[in-house]
Design a protein around this ligand. Structure first.
Ligand SMILES: NC(=O)c1ccc[n+]([C@@H]2O[C@H](COP(=O)([O-])OP(=O)(O)OC[C@H]3O[C@@H](n4cnc5c(N)ncnc54)[C@H](O)[C@@H]3O)[C@@H](O)[C@H]2O)c1
Length: 256
């Protein structure tokens, strides 16, 4: 895919990995709609991007991805403003074992909803122009984590959903490539949840296991994952892929 003048949506893009994905697209001269529940940090990020890349390149939309109506509006506003949609990055995610139903709502239910909305806009077999969807999975898509069972369950599910929808897209000639990113630990605020009792709940007693795994894997910077994201979006041969990125081994595609 050629990214210049393409149009992408990145969810949860006020900070962290979402911000890095949005900036990676902007560097390629794409137009980006960034959405987040946190509108204060979103406004700061939008102002920073306007300064660097020009005011018409980025739009910020306040959106709680767990609200079906807000999610629908996000897609409508994108197409209204920029005339099309080529890329969706489902990045918004939380780690909270205490309010675990919310973790499932944000990490999985909303992600599925956003994939289906993107299909409506992009499907070639229904008059769309095709496109690329990247779903945020994790190394937690492959391994057990005693300190975060529900987070881990959502990331396993995201990978299974992504691979299945990718196969449906191939068989149904949707013209949409759907891939999963599976990074190890990345230096964002989500790492602060690893030792918070109010977040880990009854699994707090296993917090040191999470930290031990983090020290084994090492911690990457968001911009490194941003570059890997561009590879996944640009490479037209990739569909149903699980791109793993770790500090120790770099980029590796899982062989299923
Ligand atoms: N940082 C890591 O080590 C790591 C590793 C693997 C995968 N991931 C995944 O990457 C994604 C981004 O995480 P991050 O590390 O940048 O965390 P982060 O906490 O820094 O950023 C998450 C963003 O999502 C937003 N968000 C949360 N709930 C939302 C909602 N309901 N609607 C809209 N926006 C919402 C937050 O406001 C925030 O801006 C998540 O899906 C996470 O699971 C992170």
């Amino acid at each position: 895919m050629i990214l210049k003048n393409s149009v992408g949506i990145v969810t949860g893009a006020s900070r962290g990995l979402g911000k890095a994905f949005a900036e990676a697209l902007l560097k390629k001269e794409a137009k980006v709609v960034i959405c987040d529940i946190d509108h204060e940090e979103g406004a700061i990020t939008k102002a920073e991007f306007d300064e660097k890349y020009g005011p018409n390149q980025t739009t910020f939309v306040t959106c709680d991805v767990t609200s079906p109506s807000q999610l629908k509006d996000l897609f409508s506003q994108t197409v209204q403003k920029y005339g099309k949609l080529d890329i969706l990055c489902n990045n918004a995610g939380i780690n909270n074992e205490n309010i675990w139903e919310k973790t499932i709502s944000v990490n999985l239910v909303a992600l599925i909803q956003a994939n289906y909305l993107a299909l409506e806009h992009m499907r070639c077999d229904r008059g769309g122009q095709g496109g690329s969807i990247v779903n945020m999975a994790s190394m937690s898509s492959f391994q057990p984590a005693p300190h975060a069972p529900v987070y881990t369950a959502t990331k396993h599910a995201v990978l299974g959903f992504t691979r299945s929808l990718a196969e449906a897209s191939r068989l149904g000639n949707f013209g949409i490539r759907i891939n999963a990113m599976c990074p190890g630990f990345v230096n964002t605020s989500i790492l602060e949840t690893l030792d918070q009792e109010e977040i880990l709940g009854m699994f707090y007693q296993f917090k040191d296991i999470g930290k031990h795994i983090m020290h084994l894997f090492g911690v990457l910077e968001p911009s490194v994952i941003g570059d890997a994201f561009i590879q996944l979006v640009e490479d037209d041969s990739l569909n149903g892929a699980a791109m793993k990125i770790t500090a120790s081994k770099g980029i590796q595609f899982e062989n299923f």
